[in-house]
Structure formats: structure tokens, C-alpha cells
Design a protein around this ligand. Structure first.
Ligand code: MBD
Ligand code: FE
Length: 287
């Protein structure tokens, strides 16, 4: 067999193919491998460091945590920035700003018409009522749009990932009514934190960073003839609002909270204590 210099080895790794292949995979792999070969040389990576990296990657994979590492390194927000740029270049109205989906979406949440209750009554956090409508970019109501909403509980945990919550807790799909309206009752979420001592957390710590997100609510809003909008709203006042480990906060998506403490309004909403109210209209771009 051959003796290789580093450059010759890279060349043969990147050119070796014995069958027709996926050219895009080949080209992207060639770029990444070249960059990593160079990283190993420039930083004089030791065998021990290399094995540490492999072990960490395996732990990240075993824990399904690439979906956490990626937003932590800005990749998800980068894709949003690029999609925003493409929208600007095309000159068409994009509607409500997008925000990253994150790794905690679960499809198939219970579906209801016009309104839903997201919480199961077990979380003593402040009640939250959010309502509004789904519009097109011309301001016309979209009936029968689906507002798929998911958020964390008051401890920052998401059902399906936090074993203390029942399936689909704080997850619902709501179909807008004839006037494009939706409405839901839930509890005020708290910010998420990456699992303590997880490979993601250890990595962020090594970078001098934390793995905290400000309190937020996710939405995937879809309707026939319109582009599906994946976005989030942020709760104002959170200490991590402008220090999100996933870089997802957008000024236009920080909502205004109304504190409802008038007994008549509390009773009219079917509540027994003060609650927070958010009004928000989603605008969907056409498909
Ligand atoms: C979340 O709740 C989230 O929204 C993202 C983007 C990453 C980790 C946890
Ligand atoms: Fe989230």
C-alpha cells in the first residue's frame, strides 16, 4: 500500500469512489474533512483529544442531543437568517418573522376547533390566555388555519422529554374559526435549560457559556395556499431574553403581556385568579 503525506491522504480520501455516488454528499464531505484535517494540524490535536471528541460525539448521539448542540452553535438561526435574506431578495411579503423550530416539537398534538386548553391543571403557574387570528399578508382572515402550539411548563420542561408530564401536555393544534380566530388557555412557561451534566451542557461550559433559553412559546401555523410559518413568541422581562443560548429571540416576537386582575374579567374568562393575556396575530405568506 501507499505511504501518504497528509495532503496526499486528504486528496485520496476526498477523491476515492468506486461507484456512482451522491455528488452533493461527496462535495460537502470533502469540504468538511479538509477543514477538519486542517484543524487537527493547526491545533496539533493529540490522540487523546481526538478520542475525547469521538466519545463526546457518541454521547451527544446517544442522548439525541445534536438538536441541542446545533442551535447552541447558531446553525438553526443561521438557516433563518438565510431564509429571511432569500425572502428579502425575492421582494415578496414574508408575514410574521420566522423563528427556529428547535428539537422539541412533537407532531400529532390533539386538534380542536377555535379554542383549546393546553395545560392539565397540574401546574400552579400563572394562567395564560392567548388569542388572536391568522391572517394573510393583505390582512385578510384565514379560516381553518392550523395553529400548532407547544411550550414548556413552569420548570422549563417539555412533555415527551420530561417524564413528569403526560403525553401532549402543553401541546395542541387549534383550527381557526370562520373569522380566522384562535384562542387558548394555558400556564405561563418558564425558560428551558439544557439537561444538567449532559454532553451539551459540558460543551457549553467549556466555552464559558450557559444553556438557557428565555421563556417562549412555539408555533407552527399552516393553511392551504400559504407557506407554513414556524415561529416563537417571547415573554417580556425574562433575564435571558437577550442572552438565549439558541440565539432565537427576535424583537418583533417579544409580545406585550396584559395582567388581568379585574374580578369581572377574571370571572368572564372562567378563571378564579388573575391571569396574563397575550393578543397576537400571525400573518402567513402565500405559498
Ligand atoms: C428549546 O425549548 C428550544 O426551543 C430550542 C430551540 C432549543 C432547546 C430547547
Ligand atoms: Fe422551546
Amino acid at each position: 500500500m501507499a505511504e501518504y503525506s497528509a495532503a496526499a491522504l486528504l486528496d485520496v480520501v476526498n477523491t476515492k469512489h468506486t461507484a456512482p455516488a451522491n455528488e452533493r454528499v461527496r462535495a460537502i464531505t470533502a469540504r468538511i474533512v479538509a477543514d477538519l484535517f486542517r484543524t487537527i494540524e493547526d491545533f496539533d490535536i493529540t490522540h487523546e483529544e481526538f478520542l475525547t471528541a469521538i466519545k463526546w460525539l457518541n454521547e451527544v448521539g446517544q442522548g439525541d442531543q445534536f438538536g441541542l448542540v446545533a442551535p447552541g452553535l447558531g446553525f438553526d438561526r443561521l438557516l433563518d437568517i438565510r431564509a429571511d435574506e432569500a425572502d428579502r431578495r425575492s421582494g415578496r411579503l414574508a408575514g410574521t418573522p420566522r423563528a427556529i423550530e428547535g428539537p422539541l416539537y412533537i407532531p400529532g398534538a390533539p386538534l380542536s376547533k377555535y379554542e383549546a386548553r393546553l395545560d392539565d391543571g397540574s401546574d400552579a403557574a400563572e394562567p395564560l390566555i392567548m388569542e388572536g387570528c391568522v391572517l394573510d399578508t393583505g390582512g385578510r382572515a384565514i379560516p381553518d388555519a392550523i395553529v400548532d402550539v407547544w411550550h414548556a411548563n413552569s420548570k422549563g420542561g417539555y412533555s415527551h422529554f420530561d417524564p413528569s408530564q403526560k403525553p401532549y401536555n402543553l401541546r395542541r393544534r387549534i383550527q381557526t374559526d370562520k373569522q380566522g380566530r384562535y384562542r387558548f388557555r394555558s400556564i405561563m412557561p418558564s425558560g428551558y435549560a439544557v439537561p444538567p451534566d449532559s454532553p451539551t451542557e459540558r460543551f457549553l461550559k467549556a466555552l464559558g457559556r450557559h444553556g438557557r433559553r428565555p421563556a417562549h412559546i412555539h408555533f407552527m401555523v399552516s393553511a392551504a395556499g400559504h407557506r407554513t410559518l414556524t415561529t416563537q413568541i417571547n415573554i417580556p422581562g425574562d433575564e435571558y431574553l437577550n442572552d438565549d443560548f439558541a440565539f432565537a429571540t427576535r424583537d418583533e416576537l417579544v409580545v406585550t403581556l396584559e395582567s388581568i386582575d379585574d374580578p369581572a374579567r377574571i370571572a368572564a374568562a372562567g378563571e378564579d385568579r388573575p391571569y396574563a393575556r397575550i393578543q397576537f396575530a400571525f400573518a402567513l405568506a402565500s405559498a
